[in-house]
Design a protein around this ligand. Structure first.
Ligand code: HEM
Length: 443
């Protein structure tokens, strides 16, 4: 049953919203606060692939997991649907791509795309391999341990080296500073900010101190890069930003560069590590998959590893939704008319649990992607359309090289332990016990 058509007083047009769960508003909000993923799943089972709800933080929203509607949302012009508010730019700053919409967003995406193209990414493979080898050197033999924390360190170090071009003392300082900043920042991101200058002892003041330390490190990295006699050949993303210009010939400002580097770090570090944590959790529970991966790792082929990565991202989707805000007076979505001010939340994990697209969706089965590539608007761990994750190819390369390196040096012991439960870290969902595995050094 749909909501009764309502007349929008501002424009006199009629809104026609999808069904709204007949549940107490407070109970619904509490369920979302406690477990967004679980609540979204329950509501989809009960109300179908498109329903209306009011959620904490985002307010009035329509949640969808119908592939045709998802495709429509993802391909709608960014002048009609803006990025959902609030988003990470509250924390990252106005120079972050998350903060931009319409023309400004298009211009920034043009500038951001080249460093993340397949060819540019190839240059970073060696960094990923080195960081993985450094980490696995200290893994215990025959003793169970969680992979998530090592994966967090690998992905952080890879981004600091490949993207910031950091080395030496700056690399050390950023390695220490960024995890503290991200942990505190994610906690404060969901709280209202204080008005005016925060008192010295408050967490907001601490966050501001981290930020100014970060800015001075970026200044050092910029002067080091620009005074490098090989500046023109440098492949790190910071140098690529410094060398690039918008279509009108202007360069990125210093503020934009600082905010954008932090954005790449915040968006790329935890997401990739969480997916890798799940990859170890999944493959250790599927001995036949593990055997095939181990055999393939000794060759130059990566067909099965790629299929496995696609399936991990489908079966254990770490970002549960991509959101847009309606900024035109009325947005026609399929048979519905959604008024300005509503958010549209595309449920990525529910799209992945659709048995019409993925037979037996609960099964972890990389074979489903061996001979066929997934449908662009059904397999969406990286979101879609004009805001699709800019680091998708980078993340894929990183996961491929990490898995290859681990499998070449270690044997992962299969287990019949039950699958790990989901744990929300705020933005990403990780395996609750950290993706625990047992490994043995290969002789
Ligand atoms: C497995 C790893 C990753 C996952 C699952 C992931 C997922 C996502 C998702 C779901 C979005 C939102 C897309 C949308 O709204 O339609 C996004 C956006 C974004 N991601 Fe990723 N991401 C990953 C890795 C990375 C990496 C490695 C980087 C960069 C180094 C990165 C940079 C970004 C940026 C800059 C955006 C914002 C794009 C925009 O607003 O135009 N991500 N990502």
């Amino acid at each position: 049953m749909s909501e009764a058509p309502t007349v929008d007083p501002a424009i006199g047009a009629e809104a026609k919203l999808p069904p709204r769960p007949q549940l107490p508003a407070l109970a619904l909000k509490a369920a979302f606060l406690v477990s967004r993923r679980w609540a979204g799943g329950q509501l989809t089972r009960r109300y179908g692939r498109c329903f209306t709800l009011t959620v904490p933080v985002f307010g009035n929203a329509v949640m969808i997991s119908d592939p045709a509607l998802a495709k429509q949302v993802f391909t709608t012009s960014p002048d009609v649907l803006y990025n959902i508010q609030p988003n990470l730019s509250r924390l990252l700053g106005p120079g972050s791509v998350f903060a931009l919409d319409g023309t400004a967003h298009r211009a920034r995406r043009k500038l951001l795309t080249p460093p993340f193209h397949g060819k540019s990414i190839k240059a970073y493979e060696q960094i990923v391999e080195e960081e993985t080898l450094r980490e696995v050197a200290s893994w215990p033999d025959g003793v169970e341990f969680p992979t998530l924390e090592p994966m967090m360190r690998i992905t952080l170090n890879v981004i600091l080296r490949a993207i910031f071009g950091a080395d030496g003392i700056e690399l050390e300082r950023l390695r220490d500073l960024i995890p503290r900043w991200v942990t505190l920042g994610s906690r404060l991101a969901v709280l209202p900010s204080p008005k005016g200058t925060p008192a010295r002892w408050t967490p907001w003041a601490r966050l501001a101190r981290y930020r100014s330390e970060y800015e001075s490190l970026v200044d050092t990295l910029i002067s080091r890069a620009t005074s490098d006699p090989h500046f023109e050949e440098r492949a790190d993303v910071l140098s690529l930003f410094l060398r690039s210009t918008y279509e009108d010939g202007s360069a990125m400002t210093r503020g934009e560069i600082g905010d954008e580097l932090l954005t790449l770090l915040a968006a790329g570090h935890e997401t990739t590590a969480s997916t890798l944590g799940w990859a170890f959790e999944r493959i250790s529970r599927h001995p036949a998959v593990l055997d095939r991966l181990a055999a393939e790792a000794d060759t130059d082929d990566n067909t099965y590893r790629q299929a496995t990565i696609l399936e991990v991202q489908r079966n254990r989707t770490v970002i549960d939704f991509a959101g847009r805000d309606v900024v035109v007076p009325m947005y026609e979505l399929g048979e519905w008319r959604i008024p300005q001010g509503f958010s549209i939340m595309v449920s990525l994990n529910q799209l992945h649990e659709n048995s019409d697209e993925f037979p037996h969706p609960e099964r972890f089965d990389p074979q489903r992607f061996v001979d066929s590539r997934p449908n662009t608007f059904a397999w969406v761990p990286f979101g879609g359309g004009t805001r699709r994750c800019i680091g998708a190819a980078f993340a894929n390369m990183e996961m491929d090289i990490v898995l290859r390196t681990v499998l070449r040096h270690l044997t992962i012991q299969p287990t019949d332990a039950p699958g790990e439960k989901w744990h929300s870290r705020g933005v990403a969902f990780t395996p609750k016990k950290g993706g625990r595995i047992v490994v043995h050094r290969r002789g």
